[in-house]
Design a protein around this ligand. Structure first.
Ligand code: FES
Length: 211
């Protein structure tokens, strides 16, 4: 599957054309599977359906055009996936936030693959500048807003960039680490992924040899 993402240079208000294409493709696949099952019903028990295969298929993203502060938005397994290129200022700010966070060292193993924590538990990424996250708040599943700039924000006068969930005011830093004192209990999820080359990320497949 190719890159279905859309660039979001300001972090808000993007029309998700990727989702539209995904749904169209899924609908077509379901129709094809339905016709096949009607003709030869017993085949259903022999093979996994095309719909199941499509739903779990990896998604490949070309990040060659991704600039600092931009977010590429994809869909994988029905979830929004964010790929964000972080600036050096953001990377330097992340460790300074640790004492304000609930799980600064990514100790909760449910929220990221082991190889992400091993690479860097504070940055939570394979490459320092490229962050890959599931864009769903860990409280009740709203989609947080990206507010990547460093500077006072209406919800935090000391804001160092990150994600703000307006539903119940949870805050996460630019590594998806949750702040203390907010409803969200855990860091944002980092999905399994690897770099096929410098500019190609495959979401849904671990790096070769990863545990
Ligand atoms: S869903 Fe995000 S704070 Fe409640």
């Amino acid at each position: 599957m190719g890159n279905e993402g859309v660039l979001d240079p300001v972090g808000e208000g993007t029309v998700d054309n990727g989702r539209r294409r995904f749904l169209t493709a899924t609908t077509a696949a379901v129709g094809a599977v339905g016709a096949g099952v009607a003709a030869v019903p017993f085949i259903k028990s022999w093979f996994p359906s095309q719909r199941a295969q499509l739903a779990g298929a990896p998604v490949t993203a070309d990040i060659s055009a991704l600039a600092e502060g931009e977010r590429l938005m994809l869909e994988w397994r029905g979830q929004p996936i964010w790929i964000v290129k972080r600036s050096q200022a953001i990377l330097q700010a992340l460790p300074t936030l640790n004492d304000q966070l609930r799980d600064p060292e990514s100790a909760n193993v449910e929220q990221q693959p082991d190889y992400i924590r091993a690479a860097n538990p504070e940055l939570r990424s394979l490459k320092p500048e490229i962050s890959v996250l599931v864009g769903l708040c860990t409280h009740l599943g709203c989609s947080p807003e990206m507010v990547a700039r460093i500077g006072p924000a209406p919800f935090d006068p000391e804001w160092k960039g990150g994600y703000f969930c307006p539903c119940h005011k949870s805050k996460f830093d630019m590594a998806g680490r949750v702040y203390q004192g907010v409803p969200a209990p855990t860091n944002l999820v980092v999905p399994p992924h690897h770099f096929a080359d410098d500019n190609t990320i495959v979401v849904g497949v671990d790096p070769q040899g990863a545990a």
